[in-house]
Design a protein around this ligand. Structure first.
Ligand SMILES: Nc1nc2c(ncn2[C@@H]2O[C@H](COP(=O)(O)OP(=O)(O)OP(=O)(O)O)[C@@H](O)[C@H]2O)c(=O)[nH]1
Ligand SMILES: [Mg+2]
Length: 237
């Protein structure tokens, strides 16, 4: 009996280790300057990430067909509460001209886990709609089934019936906007009710109408607060 328990435990450990090694494709999108490159660096190197100046925003060159050339996709380990996953992502730029590249990339890689990175600029300046525009573009493109430029042959075969499996909205730069009271709300698990998400609710409901589950969380990519946990939890909803 004891031997059987040991063997069963061994099999369980082995299968969970193997599952953690299977790469999961993820897409990280969001307006320029929200912290996508910082997140990419955080997952690669850990610890405090240096500040990136305006001159260091992500840009891509065009190929002879006029399509933007994305950077290579890289593997990263994401750990949370003793569990781990291997994720594959590409650091794409957030400027308006790269939005179709976000779509083409997620369809080409069949990356069904979409992380939308936001910051608090719409709270600092009520007239700033960068974050809203980025999310709306994505939701609208899914709803209207726009065919993005730059699809590969495989992407072209799947684009018509392609939908993400989950959308994870992460409010970054929590070190700047999160108050002690907000932190209490977060600890209780109610961060989705925070005002920072209010302007996005209409679009988030539209995603739910398409049967796409939405998860909301907060993080500080620069100071490594709740980065891996938010990603890991997002992948499990
Ligand atoms: N305070 C704070 N600043 C952050 C955080 N994450 C990113 N930043 C800062 O926000 C600015 C933009 O960060 P990037 O990572 O370059 O933004 P991006 O989303 O890659 O921008 P694009 O490449 O144009 O799409 C930089 O000055 C970062 O240092 C954070 O968690 N907290
Ligand atoms: Mg960048």
């Amino acid at each position: 009996m004891a031997a059987e328990i040991i063997i069963a435990h061994g099999i369980w450990r082995l299968s969970s280790t193997l599952a953690s090694l299977v790469p999961v494709q993820i897409s990280v999108i969001g307006a320029t300057g929200t912290g996508k490159t910082t997140l990419d660096r955080q997952l690669t190197t850990r610890g405090e990430v240096r500040m990136f100046s305006d001159a260091e925003r992500t840009h891509h060159r065009k190929n002879w067909l006029g399509n933007f050339v994305p950077p290579v996709a890289t593997k990263k380990r994401v750990k949370s509460e003793g569990l781990a996953r291997t994720v594959v992502s590409r650091d794409l730029g957030g400027h308006d001209e790269y939005r179709t590249l976000w779509l083409a990339d997620m369809i080409n890689r069949d990356s069904k886990n979409v992380f939308v990175v936001l910051d608090h600029r719409h709270i600092l300046d009520r007239n700033n709609v960068d974050n809203q525009a980025a999310l709306s573009f994505f939701v609208e493109a899914l709803k209207k089934k726009r065919r993005p430029r730059g699809l590969t042959f495989r992407g072209w075969l799947r684009w018509k019936s392609w939908y993400p499996r989950r959308v994870i909205v992460i409010a970054n730069k929590a070190d700047e906007w999160m108050s002690d009271e907000d932190h209490e709300t977060w600890k209780k698990g109610f961060i989705a009710r925070h005002g920072i998400f209010d302007v996005f609710r209409q679009d988030l409901f539209r995603l739910q109408e398409m049967d796409i589950p939405v998860y909301m969380d907060a993080m500080s990519a620069r100071y490594s607060w709740n980065v891996q946990d938010a990603l890991y939890k997002g992948l499990t909803i």
